[in-house]
Design a protein around this ligand. Structure first.
Ligand code: SF4
Length: 401
C-alpha cells in the first residue's frame, strides 16, 4: 500500500527529487516550479537530482535546456547532475548549481562504453535491469549517502498513476533515512497520458521519453514507435544501437536487442536508410578481432532439466584489418566460418550440447575492443565438462594450436 501524503509531519525535511528527465518526473517538476500550491515545501529545500547514463539522445538535452532549466534558474532551485566515475564504480558530480546553464550529457563513463567492452546489450539479472542499476541506482545512492549520511530526507519519485507496482517495489528498497514519496500516484492521480498532455499544454511541444537511445526496456509496443522516430531524427543514435547489437550478436547470436526483433530488422523494416548508412560507415572505421567464445550453461539449482546460470569466457585471438581477421578466423575454423543475415561472421566449433550442464564454443569476427573475460573457476569446469560431454571436439582454438 502506497502512503498518502497531503501534508506530512516530516515536511521540514530536505527533499530530493530523482529526476529521470522523462514525462512523469518532468511533469512533477514543472508543476512544482510553476504552481506553489501543488507542493507542501519551499523550493529552497528541494534538490533535483539526475544521473546521466551518457547515452541519452540529444532531444532530451534540448527539451530540458529549452523548458526546465529556465524554470530552475528563475526559481533558484538546486539541480545536481551526477554520473558514474568508472567501470569499478564511484560517482562524479558533473554540476551542482542553482543557476544551471546546461545539461551535462556525458561524464567520465558511458554505459555504451561498458556494453561495448563486455560485448553485451542491456540485460536483466536477478529480476533487475543491470544497466540501470550501474548507470543510475548505484550513482544516485552514492550521492545520497554522501549528502545525507543516513539522516532522514524525503525522496520523490515520478512513477505515474498506473505504476503502483513499481512504486511498491521501490518502497521495499528503503535505505536508511530515505522516506519515499510518489505524488503522481498518491496525491495527483496522474497517469502518463495526463503527464503527456500537461507538458504539451505547458510548453507547446510533446515531451520525449527519456532513455538511452538503444534501450530495449522502453521499446515495448508504444515505445517502439518513439524509438523509430528518435532514430529517424538522430541517425547516430540508431547507428549506435546497431553497433552495440552487432558485437553482442557476434559473441552470442541470441542477443537481438529487442527480443525476437533485432535493431537491424527495425531499421530495415522502417526504411531508416541514414541509420543503416551510419552503421555501415562505423563498421568500416573499425579494427577487427577474432574472438574465441566459450560458454558453460549450468542446470538450475532445483531443477536439473532446466537452464541455470550461464558462464562465458571471451579471449581475443587476433586483432587487425578486417580481411586479415576474417582470413585468420577461417583458417582456425578450417573453412567453416559463415556470415548470417546480420552480417556477422562466426564459426561454431562446438555447437551447444544437449541437456545440462551444456557447453558450446565459437569463433567470432567483431570490432576490436571487447575485453577478455573469464571467471577464475571457468577453466577447470570447462576442462572437466569438455572431457565428459564433447571429447571429440577441440577444447580450445588458439593461433598456436
Ligand atoms: S534507459 Fe534503458 S538501457 Fe539505459 S540504463 Fe535505463 S534501462 Fe538501461
Amino acid at each position: 500500500m502506497i502512503h498518502s501524503n497531503p501534508v506530512r509531519p516530516d515536511a521540514e525535511l530536505p527533499i530530493v527529487m530523482s529526476y529521470g528527465m522523462g514525462l512523469d518526473s518532468a511533469s512533477i517538476l514543472t508543476r512544482w516550479l510553476t504552481e506553489p500550491a501543488s507542493r507542501n515545501f519551499p523550493l529552497s529545500r528541494l534538490t533535483v537530482l539526475t544521473a546521466m547514463t551518457g547515452d541519452e539522445p540529444d532531444v532530451t538535452r534540448r527539451l530540458n535546456e529549452d523548458h526546465l532549466l529556465p524554470l530552475l534558474r528563475r526559481t533558484g532551485t538546486r539541480f545536481v547532475q551526477v554520473g558514474r566515475t568508472s567501470q569499478q564504480g564511484g560517482h562524479t558530480v558533473l554540476d551542482d548549481s542553482r543557476d544551471p546553464k546546461k545539461l551535462i550529457m556525458r561524464g567520465p563513463w558511458r554505459l555504451s562504453d561498458e556494453l561495448r567492452a563486455s560485448g553485451t546489450v542491456p540485460q536483466i539479472a536477478a529480476k533487475r535491469r543491470l544497466c540501470s542499476w550501474r548507470a543510475k541506482g548505484e550513482v544516485l545512492d552514492g550521492w545520497l549517502a554522501d549528502e545525507f549520511s543516513g539522516q532522514p530526507f524525503r525522496h520523490v519519485l515520478g512513477f505515474a498513476a498506473e505504476e503502483v507496482r513499481r512504486a511498491e517495489r521501490d518502497e521495499g528498497f528503503t535505505a536508511t533515512g530515505r522516506l519515499p514519496e510518489y505524488p503522481l500516484i498518491d496525491d495527483w492521480g496522474w497517469d502518463r497520458h495526463r503527464c503527456d498532455q500537461y507538458l504539451l499544454d505547458q510548453f507547446g511541444e510533446r515531451w520525449s521519453r527519456s532513455a538511452c537511445g538503444y534501450c530495449p526496456f522502453s521499446a515495448g509496443r508504444r515505445g517502439r514507435a518513439d524509438l523509430i522516430e528518435r532514430w529517424r531524427a538522430e541517425p547516430a543514435v540508431g547507428a549506435q544501437a546497431l553497433a552495440l547489437e552487432f558485437t553482442a550478436l557476434a559473441l552470442n547470436p541470441r542477443s537481438k536487442l529487442y527480443g525476437t526483433v533485432s535493431a537491424q530488422d527495425l531499421a530495415r523494416t522502417h526504411g531508416l536508410t541514414e541509420v543503416l548508412a551510419e552503421f555501415e560507415q562505423h563498421l568500416r572505421r573499425q579494427r577487427w578481432s577474432v574472438y574465441e567464445v566459450r560458454r558453460i550453461i549450468h542446470p538450475r539449482r532445483n531443477d536439473p532439466t532446466a537452464k541455470g546460470a550461464a558462464w562465458r569466457s571471451v579471449r581475443t585471438e587476433f586483432t587487425g584489418h578486417h580481411d586479415d581477421a576474417r582470413f585468420i578466423l577461417n583458417t582456425l575454423a578450417h573453412g567453416r566460418a559463415a556470415t548470417d543475415e546480420h552480417g556477422v561472421t562466426r564459426a561454431e566449433i562446438i555447437p551447444r550440447t544437449g541437456g545440462y550442464p551444456a557447453i558450446e564454443m565459437a569463433l567470432a569476427l567483431a570490432p576490436a575492443g571487447v575485453q577478455p573475460k573469464e571467471r577464475p573457476a571457468f577453466g577447470s569446469w570447462w576442462d572437466r565438462l569438455h572431457h565428459q560431454i564433447a571429447p571429440n571436439h577441440l577444447g580450445t582454438v588458439t593461433l598456436a594450436a
